[in-house]
Ligand binder design. Structure first.
Ligand SMILES: Cc1cc2nc3c(=O)[nH]c(=O)nc-3n(C[C@H](O)[C@H](O)[C@H](O)COP(=O)(O)OP(=O)(O)OC[C@H]3O[C@@H](n4cnc5c(N)ncnc54)[C@H](O)[C@@H]3O)c2cc1C
Ligand code: FES
Length: 277
């Protein structure tokens, strides 16, 4: 069993979740994920590592409360235990000296891009972190990002912080800020990763995205997480989750993500949690 050290809502619907898992904490690297089960009957929830403390043996994830399993996680309190916290899984993000790296985070991806920005900074890169949300009250960890970035840029849909709008303004913002990234890394919802990849393709900037298909085992056996990248079938759990955003077949990916939407609402209705749908 794994002890919950902290679980608190940091902005509406997004929770910071700290779990005591010394074996995972010892070896987790930026870009890795874990698979969590909230209880013995729960389904397996993949969550990216957002931070860790190797000495204390703890791992931090940021999760968004979207369905039945993440609603169970959202009810956990410090001192509770969970039966599964398996990892680290997936390939780590490539950490090398690229020059200027633009690290874009949205939603729970703000959390998961943080250790990537930190590791790339330690490698001597110039880090520009770009945090995106619908409104300023949904942004978090800005102070942490300031500690590992040369610049932090915010974009909010309603203009309450930073640039007003969406990642579709990316090339304009890069021109205004006089930033010429050698690499772009995007962690966030599918739409954000797809849009950012569309924007960087004509600029010829390599763009890595952290894909989040439905997963079951997380170890390459079930095939559920397959996606097409560069015309080849890949399994996100073992070949990724990072892939070149210019090579991902986004249309196929979006279609596969929608397959189980009716089934995902069903357990929420049963548990009476479906009010936000
Ligand atoms: C590698 C990876 C890393 C992820 N990291 C994070 C993270 O750091 N924070 C976070 O909030 N979410 C993360 N996700 C997504 C998260 O796993 C799902 O939101 C979660 O499983 C939803 O479970 P649910 O029962 O609450 O919702 P459901 O109602 O079951 O589903 C809600 C949404 O989550 C997707 N989903 C459902 N089950 C899975 C599954 N087993 N694997 C992947 N997606 C699923 C569905 O397609 C749907 O869009 C990650 C997914 C992957 C594959
Ligand atoms: S989750 Fe089963 S093969 Fe990737």
């Amino acid at each position: 069993m794994y002890r919950v050290i902290e679980r608190r809502m940091i902005v509406p619907n997004l929770h910071e979740f700290v779990v005591e898992a010394p074996e995972v904490a010892k070896s987790i690297r930026p870009g890795n994920f874990v698979i969590v089960r909230p209880d013995e009957n729960g389904e397996r929830v993949p969550l990216s590592g957002a931070d860790w403390n190797r000495e204390a043996g703890t791992v931090t994830c940021i999760f968004m409360q979207v369905g039945a399993s993440t609603s169970k996680l959202a009810r956990l309190k410090p001192g509770d235990t969970i039966p599964t916290f398996a990892g680290p899984l997936g390939r780590e993000t490539e950490i090398a000296h690229f020059g200027t790296v633009l690290c874009i985070g949205g939603c729970y991806g703000i959390g998961s891009v943080y250790p990537i920005a930190r590791a790339l900074k330690e490698k001597g890169n110039t880090i520009v972190s770009m945090l995106e949300a619908r409104s300023s009250y949904l942004l978090y960890w800005q102070e942490r990002f300031k500690g590992v970035s040369d610049r932090v840029i915010e974009i909010t849909r309603d203009g309450t912080a930073g640039y007003k709008g969406h990642l579709t303004r990316l090339s304009e913002i890069l021109t205004l800020e006089k930033i010429k990234p050698d690499r772009v890394i995007v962690n966030g919802c599918t739409f954000q990763m797809m849009k950012a990849s569309e924007m960087t393709r004509p600029l010829g900037i390599k763009t890595m995205v952290n894909m989040n298909p439905i997963m079951i085992d997380g170890t390459g056996m079930c095939g559920v997480c397959r996606l097409s990248v560069g015309g080849k079938t890949k399994f996100a759990c073992v070949d990724g989750p990072d892939f070149d955003g210019h090579e991902v077949d986004w249309k196929e990916f979006l279609n596969r993500r929608r397959t189980y939407n009716p089934e995902e609402v069903h357990p929420l209705r049963k548990s009476g949690c479906a009010s936000h749908f």
